[in-house]
Design a protein around this ligand. Structure first.
Ligand code: SF4
Ligand code: SF4
Length: 344
């Protein structure tokens, strides 16, 4: 497997990395075996997060004894030092390690959040201190919002950026990734298969690896998937048939595919529009067991959407939200009843 220098981190990472979300959905035994299978196959880059429940613990268990042969990136969604300090300690313990290769600020969205983490005495300063102590080797940032991640990149404070990139969500290929390349900042591609929405993963992988981005981190919850992605990553550029498939998928999904960017918010009725628009993909990847009462509250609001269309006007991808929000909410409530999250 081809390796690439991950920007200024100097890390030589396999271009096919491992994304730690879907291993939450299988048994611990299968998850540990899958991560170990990745290692045995030759994958040396693993991405996880405090927010991915058991993911760090699985990776820690699977890679114990070979820790120094791999690179682990994890993240905290904390926006103050107390929270991040707690998350970092928990990550180290779960990963059975005394260092983190890349510690990322998780899903920073909007100017206010970015300003908060970068304020003097804030999270970034705390992580710099941890870097001086050798606990954190490099500091990165992730986001679903292009303007936020571009702004963060331009501060020159981060060694890596992580952003969604796939055949449908390809905005990063225009300005973000080329600028990161010029600044020698490593690029980590999340959602290379559009969070599982694209049904031709091999074509997606061949297409992305032909673009100018460093490491892709598809989620893989079985050795079979690892093999399939490994073969795709080794098989060269996309074929004309791949491009035809991707184009037809893009046409099919484009009108309803939510990028989770959050531009549609706020909704005057307090409906979590972005979550409702992308929830089925989220639960498919992270596990339906994650659905809770808080989500159900959002779905209940969603079925009562008043159709004011404010969200629709704001969505840059022109999703038909006045239709999607109540429809998706009704489907999600039905599922919540089936799962016993709410009484039948
Ligand atoms: S509905 Fe549109 S604006 Fe809202 S998160 Fe999805 S893609 Fe972004
Ligand atoms: S159309 Fe519905 S979901 Fe969208 S902003 Fe209006 S009330 Fe909220």
């Amino acid at each position: 497997m081809k390796k690439i220098r991950l920007g200024r981190t100097g890390i030589m990472a396999t271009r096919l990395g491992f994304g730690g979300i879907p291993i939450q959905t299988v048994t611990r035994e299968q998850a540990v075996a899958t991560v170990r299978y990745c290692y045995d196959k030759g994958i040396n880059f693993y991405d996880t997060a405090q927010a991915y429940t058991v993911s760090e613990g699985i990776i820690g268990e699977a890679l114990e004894g070979v820790r120094d042969n791999v690179f682990i990136a994890t993240k905290s969604g904390g926006r103050d030092v107390t929270a991040v300090e707690k998350h970092l300690a928990a990550s180290l313990e779960a990963l059975r390690s005394d260092y983190i290769d890349i510690y990322q600020l998780h899903n920073v969205v909007g100017d206010e959040s970015l300003a908060k983490v970068m304020a003097p005495g804030g999270v970034l300063d705390f992580l710099k201190e941890k870097k001086r102590e050798g606990v954190v080797h490099h500091i990165g940032i992730t986001s679903h919002r292009l303007e936020t991640i571009l702004k963060a990149l331009k501060t020159d404070e981060f060694a890596t950026i992580q952003f969604p990139f796939n055949y449908i969500e390809n905005d990063a290929g225009r300005e973000l990734f080329p600028l990161a390349r010029r600044m020698d900042v490593g690029t980590l591609v999340m959602k290379p298969i559009a969070g599982g929405a694209m049904t031709h993963p091999a074509a997606c992988i061949r297409w992305i690896l032909a673009q100018d981005a460093d490491v892709i981190i598809p989620g893989m919850e079985s050795p079979h998937l690892v093999d399939a992605n490994w073969e795709a990553a080794r098989s060269g550029p996309p074929t004309p048939e791949d491009l035809d498939k991707l184009e037809s998928l893009a046409r099919e999904l484009g009108p309803v595919f939510c990028r989770r960017c959050g531009y549609c918010l706020p909704c005057p009725s307090g409906i979590p529009v972005n979550f409702i628009a992308s929830a089925e993909l989220f639960f498919n990847r992270s596990g339906w067991h994650k659905m809770n009462g808080g989500h159900v509250e959002g779905f209940l609001k969603g079925v009562d959407c008043i159709g004011c269309a404010e969200c629709e006007r704001r969505c840059p991808y022109e999703l038909p939200l006045t239709r999607l929000v109540p429809e998706n909410s009704a489907r999600l409530l039905k599922k919540a009843r089936e799962l016993g999250v709410i009484p039948d």
